[in-house]
Write a protein of this length. Structure first.
Length: 335
């Protein structure tokens, strides 16, 4: 998922969004500025507060900023999340959503040896939100599965496995019931698998996968699946490793990429300076790898790991009493 080479200077779109998005973004930039890389931050606005102030949750100017930059860091959106994030994915053709699920020390992870990636198709499935108006009988939503989009995401998952020294890719579907749409997904999976003879393959029904994530999460390396299933399994994965405050994500297209924590805007704690910035920081770790700064990405993650290992400076959700910026300073000091 990385670019091929580094640059002398990077333009990074910064969209803090709502609530704690601003706080965790500030903390993350505090560390990024200590990596010795020349970043030019270009700020854009989006979210609930933007809607209230300007009449739109996602201004065209923000889209143009994201489109023109090397990558985007996004904080959090509140009630307008669907109008912001989904629209950015669609406008920028960010077809791959990456959700790493990895256990870190002192984080209430259920197991200490979990490390897998969920690769989720981002452009179709149920999330095209093509719903008919209510009728006397109820409502109808269309689920779209196309060969082009599914072959693209499945190939991306296998390529990710190769680039990251993973030995197995698991397809998740419900082809026993959705015989045409998920049947197509399963068929394409094994067609693409033939191009990667060194990667082991398996496929499970989504309900069985939900159970296996609890009983044997160590057996997964890369999971590839459709939009809705990926969304649900990703949050289950977050529960495995200590909660949404520790889960980053990436949205990748051919020409654009956006990195964001999967937690929301948390209005109940916004403005208190106590939000956990680790998910935002890990999103920046993914961004660094994407732009080709692999060494800096590793340094950043190792600094986070050191803070978690020491367990002296942790935010309240991890059992500590540190503020957002105190944790950021601890990470910075461990670079």
């Amino acid at each position: 998922m990385s670019t091929s080479k580094t640059k002398d200077k990077y333009q990074i779109a910064i969209v803090p969004g709502d609530g704690i998005g601003k706080e965790v973004m500030e903390a993350t930039i505090h560390v990024l500025d200590s990596l010795g890389i020349d970043f030019d931050y270009v700020y854009g606005e989006a979210g609930d507060e933007c809607l209230e102030r300007t009449g739109t949750a996602l201004p065209q100017k923000t889209l143009e900023i994201i489109r023109s930059c090397d990558a985007c860091l996004f904080g959090a959106a509140g009630e307008t999340a669907a109008d912001v994030i989904v629209k950015i994915r669609q406008e920028m053709k960010m077809f791959a959503n990456l959700r790493p699920v990895k256990s870190y020390p002192n984080t209430n992870a259920l197991f200490d040896n979990i490390d897998f990636m969920i690769v989720r198709e981002n452009t179709e499935g149920m999330y095209i939100a093509d719903e008919e108006e209510y009728t006397d009988e109820g409502a109808v939503a269309r689920r779209i599965i196309t060969r082009k989009a599914e072959e693209r995401i499945i190939d991306y998952a296998f390529n990710y496995a190769v680039e990251n020294n993973k030995s197995k890719v698991t397809a998740v579907h419900k082809a026993n019931v959705l015989k045409k749409s998920d049947g197509l997904f399963k068929d394409i999976f094994y067609e693409v698998a033939k191009r990667y003879p060194d990667i082991a393959t398996e496929d499970f029904y989504v309900d069985a996968t939900a159970m296996y994530l609890i009983t044997q999460p160590q057996n997964f390396e890369v999971i590839v699946t459709t939009n809705l299933f990926g969304d649900i399994l990703s949050d289950e994965g977050a529960g495995l490793v200590g909660g949404l405050g520790l889960i980053p994500s990436a949205n990748i297209g051919h020409d654009a990429a956006l990195f964001e924590p999967v937690h929301g805007s948390a209005p109940d704690i916004a403005g208190k300076g106590i939000a956990n910035p680790i998910a935002m920081m890990l999103s920046a770790v993914m961004m660094l790898k994407y732009i080709g700064e692999g060494e800096a990405s590793d340094r950043f993650e190792e600094a986070i790991l050191k803070v978690l290992n020491d367990a002296n400076i942790l935010t309240g959700d991890l059992g500590g009493s540190a503020t957002t910026m105190e944790l950021a300073e601890a990470v910075k000091n461990n670079l």
